[in-house]
Design a protein around this ligand. Structure first.
Ligand SMILES: Cc1ncc(COP(=O)(O)O)c(C=O)c1O
Length: 449
């Protein structure tokens, strides 16, 4: 018997067999020495393999907005798996895909009346960029090819997304990326914004840099601007007051499409169905993912304004209008999970709940001002970012140690980006659980001192 075959025979689903899975965005060697394995979940908690409860301070990865293993969502997925396992979305479709698209377009503001489904946020970002390029192309403005992103932006890991993204480590290993992109400056200044609650007063003028970029390249070469309304993955940067409105005005002036990447911000994270609603700014294209199924089944998508969709609906009716899509576009299980998640959000008033909790959440988070190593705290909606001073051992060490201690010693899941802790709990969180998150975090910080 070959050694590999013997291994197959012997393999047990035990935490000792950790070699083959190459974890994403994770230090693999360190993880495999002391793994953090999750066995199950319920409502606000994960349960580690040994059964220890772990309070979910991050809604998984910014996605389980309705909490975990919620009965109506579980049942919808189970029923769909037994009814329609799969249906192609190229040339065919199934009813729940249309139902979910309608529900999402009703939820979105303005004339974001059409929905293109993907399977992830990365695919949603790349899809939005492709729709923007194709839109200009079919209207005879094929010279509009430049895509403008923002420093510190995160739009997933596809080549389009990392091109317009602005997180250096996500870009520098991967060659020259797409040609012709440019970047707005990021919106963070500790000097002007430290310890902000909600939208910082300072920084709206940074949107005006788009005028400089347009003047440099000429508007006739610029297809689209993409930003996260609140930059999440870089470490929680709420938009300065007036910033998004100014971007909208400048894009309108120059015929440039504005894309909001709402992969994190949609589905209640900022206390509204979308950030576009919170800020009263309707983008031309809006990406979503994560919360659409409350994290249960992979799904993403792009909401598109009517004039953009209409522009594609020309030519002979038997011809394909957009040469783009995925095998799993609008997968039946994802569509069922999406519909059930939207029901839970509506029936339990979870977006309104997040809005009502914004104040107590901010109070609890900002109470950590002055604790060891804390150098800034930012809150908005049910999101908090806490910057820690980097340790002498280098950037990221302190944040990583905080994450390990929180999980292993305090039963708390936090997310870290370098030395910034990002918190974004499920929207079902209670006020006492908010207190519990920050009490645990306070203990972690003292232990690190
Ligand atoms: C704003 C934004 N866009 C895109 C993505 C990528 O989504 P996914 O990991 O589902 O590809 C993320 C993920 O965190 C995100 O925050």
């Amino acid at each position: 018997m070959s050694e590999a075959h013997q291994l197959d025979q012997d393999w047990q689903p035990s935490p000792n067999n950790l070699e083959s899975f190459w974890l994403p965005f994770t230090p693999n060697r360190s993880f495999k020495k002391k793994p953090r394995l999750i066995a199950r979940a319920r409502d606000m908690h994960y349960f580690a393999l040994g059964g220890q409860p772990v309070l979910d301070g991050t809604a998984g990865l910014w996605c389980c907005n309705a909490g975990h293993c919620r009965e109506p969502i579980v049942r919808a997925i189970q029923d769909e798996a037994a009814t329609l396992d799969y249906a192609p979305a190229f040339q065919f479709a199934h009813p729940k895909a249309f139902e979910l698209a309608s529900r999402l377009t009703l939820m979105a503001p303005g004339d974001l009346d059409y929905c293109f489904f993907t399977n992830s946020g990365s695919e949603a970002a790349d899809t939005a960029l492709k729709i923007a390029l194709a839109y200009h192309n079919i209207r005879g403005e094929g010279s509009r090819t430049r895509l403008i992103g923002r420093e510190r932006g995160y739009h997933g890991v596809g080549f389009g997304g990392i091109t317009v993204g602005g997180i250096v480590n996500n870009r520098k290993f991967f060659g020259s990326l797409l040609a012709g992109a440019d970047h707005l400056p990021h919106t963070y200044s500790r000097e002007h914004q430290a310890y902000s609650r909600g939208e910082p007063e300072w920084g709206g003028h940074l949107a005006d840099d788009l005028e400089r970029i347009v003047a440099l390249h000429d508007a006739s070469t610029v297809a689209a601007v993409i930003v996260e309304p609140m930059a999440g993955s870089t470490g929680v940067l709420p938009p300065p007051r007036g910033y998004l409105q100014r971007l909208r005005e400048i894009c309108d002036r120059h015929g440039i499409l504005l894309i909001f990447d709402e992969v994190i911000t949609a589905f209640g994270r900022l206390g509204f169905a979308t950030a576009a609603e919170r800020y009263g700014v309707v983008p031309d294209l809006m990406t979503f993912a994560k919360g659409v199924t409350s994290g249960t089944v992979p799904m993403g998508g792009v909401l598109v304004r009517k004039p953009i969709y209409d522009a594609f609906m020309s030519g002979p009716e038997h011809t394909i209008e957009l040469f783009h899509g995925y095998t799993y576009t609008a997968h039946p299980l994802a569509a069922a999970a999406g519909l059930a998640s939207l029901d839970v959000y509506r029936d339990e008033g979870l977006f309104e709940r997040a809005r009502a909790l914004e104040e107590p959440w901010a109070d609890a988070a900002h109470a950590l001002k002055g604790e060891p190593f804390v150098s800034d705290i930012r809150t908005i909606g049910l999101v908090a970012g806490l910057d820690l001073e980097p340790s002498k051992e280098g950037v990221g060490r302190r944040g990583y140690d905080a994450m390990l201690r929180a999980f292993h010693d305090h039963g708390l899941m936090i997310r870290v980006t370098a030395d910034t802790i990002a918190l974004s709990p499920p929207l079902i969180i209670s006020e006492s659980q908010i207190g519990e998150i920050f009490d645990k975090l306070r203990k972690v910080l003292h232990e690190l001192a």
